[in-house]
Design a protein. Sequence first.
Length: 380
Amino acid sequence: MNNFIYHNPTELVFGKGQIARLAKLIPADKRIMITFGGGSVKRNGVYEQVIRALEGREVVEFWGIEANPSVETLRRAIALGKERRVDFLLAVGGGSVIDGTKLIAAGLLYEGDAWEIVLKGKAGKTVPLATVLTMSATGSEMNNGAVISRYETKEKYAFYGDYPVFSILDPETLYSLPVRQIACGLSDTFVHVLEQYMTTSGQSRLMDRWAEGILHTVIEIAPRALAEPRDYAVMSEYMLAATLALNDMIRMGVTQDWATHMIGHELTALHGLTHGATLAIVVNGTLRVLREQKRGKLLQYGERIWGVTEGTEEERIDRTIEATERFFRSLGLSTRLSEEGIGAETIAEIERRFDALGAKYGEAGNVDGATARRILEACL
């Protein structure tokens, strides 16, 4: 294993009714900004629970953080927070709201434009933040990463801020999610694991088994999560799997490869496609094009996850990739660019961006523009 330092300070508060604990979890003297998305929390009762729990506190609300949060919107939140002297942030929503709130937390203590923080890739001082999770996918509730879009220029980049102080995970908040959102969340969770697992053989038995446990869990619960989204036991497993997939736990001391995510971010920036939906397409192309680089792990993954044990190594790898693609199709997601009307023009633009902005893709497994093109062409 490689050297590493592991520190995850986020306190998880898990289970039904835990939103009521907000008053005890947030210090009484804090001026709180609560950030929201488009309003679904008012329809599913989460908003009422949050406001009731914080009754009597000094609170300002900010609404309208989009899926794929934009710096244009977040600038307005930062201005409001500075005006109201906010010193604690509570993100109520899914990964997009939480990601956006991480930039607000950094922007409140920054004198320049918030996009400068994104371009630097790392925030300095930040205002403390916490979350009430209502959509499981990104793991942002227990990590320090965030991905921010700039609509003016069709750019989308990751940056690193601070970990949430605490995150409340109540599986009942997932009950009202549309089936497609659940499907995209399962896809995001699955590929988060693959990007940390599908790299180098023989590094850590422990990390491999932890990763494989999450993959098995997602495969087992996916049909029921889509068919029975009000099953508390199933949604509990889904919610926790998504958190553990990207809270640093399964990547201690092992190599990672985030090429699929980096290419997926470009597809979102250019076409607005939901993040989890881009991953369901791109990951299959990544496995096809980088099969030699990932040969040992592909064979292990095929055997341990999909039960592929017979045939030549080439046949086993082919069948493993086919099984992976079938899984994403079982979620009702596209697995080809052509199904989304995306073709050669987009591929050429992403190749150009990878070549021009190589430094921004430092975690992408050293994938250059030509390799990104090959991966996308394998997804047509």
